[in-house]
Design a protein around this ligand. Structure first.
Ligand code: FAD
Length: 639
């Protein structure tokens, strides 16, 4: 497969400047640079977009979306000299993979390093720390002024913590369950590498955190399903600072990231903040040998990498055109996109221009929680591009009654967060109302939800402070002070003393809503949900004023599709050949999830990001994986 080659850059025109403020050591050097690729698979952009557009839209939301117009012109149309109309030209320019001009000729200086990691996020920092501890000279380039401090629940198989607590999981069952979740649109062996090495990763993570007086806990409190075992769900890990308090503990990356950055510096690593990578340096033969990054002052520096460049830029939730054009579609129904800032798809763009292949049919491939709230503050561009209202109603995942804009119940409210979201998006207006009453504290105690939807503190659970404001409560007063009153005050929660008044405030047909509440209370009184077969202990009557309602939509946390890699985490081209020197990590990596996110595997997104990043460090440093794929395969035959 022959590719034409020329320099490529990401948005050279609009990237911001950065100084080397956060720099710990000085390095200089330069290398010849030329790069980038044109697609030669015989599939031009028009047919590719057509494929994605139609499949994406129809699959995700039943043809209500024009995820990306199949008429979108290929950049090459313009290139072939056919006089493109201004609209066509503008749209071609707007294509997510339109390459900006190279900035190679503006490079002011260059430096030599062994490993360049692009992105001080959850996967980038894990990879950098392990590569440095394995003897590599590693530099992280981070566009913002600090590392990512969110996330932290980690799903893994057979860590020491799990085995000591008597938990041994059937990894082959999990691999096949995850392939089923992805409708087969994933790479089984990538999932297998996670399954057979994630335990060793957590052991390494715990060992390192203990050096900084931190530790890792195992949350073993699993959700009870109805019917029993209808779904598989896991136990999961989180970093914490001992001793654990009863609730509101800072946990996860918030405590782990500073410690890992300290360990990284002690291992000789360095981080440049406010340094945005805009271009890859690629030799004529295809090998990637470095990057060009824009500094805070607007100047460009070339960073050469003798062992490899790792792209770990966190996916593309912050790039709505890209989500549109790649047919993700569900972002349009998520009114809250907190998690997208700065995740503009840079890694995926850079790898694509270097010739890398990526996931196709990305409809619905997103980490979505059913906690976006649009009662107040506008509809968040629901059905447009989404992401216009950063409000949360954290207990949005509690299985209270849900009604649509017609005041009618439409589902079993006790499913995985994104399945509930997907069901509601099919309803008129693409939103839903969550309705509950004055006995809400007793109800949430009975519901017993777990993982990050947990709102009731429990011995042995991860009772952590999330996003600086949400945490599991110990009693009714705390529930009211943390969740109810603040949200009545900020308008997220409507409240009324009668159902009629609540219906009026919600703007739903009062007769229909009253009938729904009556029917729901009959079901609750009977003890069996003959309408939607919800678990009996998750039924709660709506009969005790004050009554509450929140208007809900999706919260998008991260995109899940990305670039195809081989089992050394090298990017691969459309023929499956590795692109030497180019590695991917985190949410930029494709082939693991597709079409939804397996919510009941709490912490799996992070679990795969950090485990595969850790393995990529082994690959770059030429060190064998704790369980190489072959042994994982061999293990399969012995299970
Ligand atoms: C609020 C929140 C909580 C989450 N909690 C969990 C959880 O508990 N468990 C779980 O499984 N998943 C969780 N996730 C999902 C997922 O694990 C996270 O998105 C995770 O941070 C992804 O890691 P990453 O390394 O791919 O990207 P990120 O951690 O997002 O890091 C990417 C980094 O790259 C930088 N960057 C981007 N472009 C450039 C560029 N051109 N040059 C230089 N730097 C660049 C960004 O600034 C960022 O620092 C959460 C997501 C969110 C938003």
């Amino acid at each position: 497969m022959e590719h034409e080659r020329e320099n490529d850059a990401v948005d050279a025109a609009d990237s911001s400047a950065a100084g080397s403020a956060g720099r710990d050591d000085a390095a200089a050097g330069s290398a010849a640079a030329d790069s980038s690729a044109a697609d030669s698979s015989g599939m031009d952009r028009r047919s590719f977009l057509k494929g994605i557009g139609v499949a994406g839209a129809l699959a995700a939301v039943g043809a209500t979306v024009v995820a990306c117009s199949p008429e979108a012109p290929a950049a090459s149309d313009a290139a072939e000299g056919t006089p493109a109309s201004p609209e066509v030209a503008a749209e071609a320019d707007n294509a997510w993979d339109t390459k900006p001009p190279s900035v190679q000729d503006q490079v002011a200086s260059s430096e030599d390093h062994e490993v360049i990691v692009v992105g001080a996020g959850n996967s980038g920092v894990v990879l950098a720390l392990e590569a440095a501890q394995l003897g590599g000279e590693v530099l992280i380039l981070e566009q913002s002024g600090g590392a990512t401090m969110w996330a932290g629940d980690i799903d893994a198989c057979d860590s020491k913590l799990m085995l000591d607590a008597g938990y041994q999981v059937d990894k082959e069952y999990i691999i096949h369950d995850l392939m089923r979740y992805a409708s087969g649109k994933a790479d089984e062996n990538l999932i297998r590498l996670w399954a057979y090495n994630s335990g060793a990763f957590v052991d390494w993570y715990q060992e390192n955190l203990q050096k900084k007086n931190l530790d890792v806990m195992l949350d073993t409190i699993r959700k009870k399903f109805y019917p029993e075992n209808f779904y598989y769900t896991n136990v999961y890990h989180s970093a914490f600072k001992p001793p654990l308090e009863a609730t509101a503990n800072p946990m996860g990356s918030e405590v782990a990231m500073p410690a890992m950055l300290e360990l990284f510096a002690e291992a000789g690593g360095s981080v440049n903040y406010s340094t945005r990578v805009v271009e890859l340096v690629q030799e004529a033969g295809g090998k990637v040998t470095g990057v060009i990054a824009q500094q805070e002052d607007g100047s460009y520096v070339q960073y050469n990498a003798s062992r490899g460049v790792v792209l770990a830029t966190g996916g593309f939730l912050g790039n709505r055109d890209m989500m549109d054009q790649l047919g993700v579609a569900c972002h349009k129904y998520c009114t809250n996109h907190i998690g997208g800032d700065g995740r503009n798809g840079d890694g995926i763009k850079l790898a694509t221009w270097a010739g890398a292949d990526r996931d196709t049919s990305l409809a619905g491939s997103m980490l979505i929680f059913d906690r976006g709230c649009i009662t107040a503050g506008g509809d968040g561009d629901l059905g447009g591009q989404g992401g216009g209202n950063p409000s949360f109603w954290w207990p949005g995942s509690q299985p209270f009654l849900r009604v649509n804009s017609l005041g009618k119940r439409f589902c079993n409210e006790d499913g995985p967060y994104d399945f509930e979201f997907n069901t509601a998006v099919q309803q008129p207006g693409h939103f839903w109302w969550q309705v509950f009453d004055g006995s809400s504290w007793e109800d949430v105690v009975n519901f017993g939800t777990t993982i990050c939807s947990r709102v009731v503190a429990e011995e042995g659970a991860k009772n952590c402070l999330l996003l600086g404001q949400f945490y599991p409560c110990r009693d009714a007063q705390e529930w009211n002070d943390v969740y109810i009153q603040p949200n009545v005050d900020n308008g997220n929660l409507l409240t009324a003393d009668t159902i009629e008044d609540l219906a009026a405030q919600m703007g739903v047909p009062a007769d229909a809503f009253l009938a729904t509440v009556e029917r729901y209370n009959e079901v609750v009184a009977s003890g069996t949900d003959t309408d939607h077969s919800k678990a009996p202990w998750r039924l709660s009557a709506i009969d005790e004023p004050p009554f509450y309602a929140a208007k809900m939509a999706g919260w998008a946390l991260a995109t899940l599709g990305g670039i195809h890699v081989n089992y050394d985490f090298n990017a691969v081209d459309k023929a499956g050949n590795p692109i030497e020197g180019l590695y991917l990590s985190g949410n930029d990596v494709g082939g693991f999830f597709n079409g939804n996110y397996p919510q009941l595997y709490g912490g799996l997104c992070m679990g795969r990001c950090v485990t595969l990043a850790w393995l990529a460090a082994h690959s770059i440093m030429g060190v064998e994986y704790p369980t190489p794929l072959e042994s994982a395969r061999a293990a399969f035959n012995t299970v």
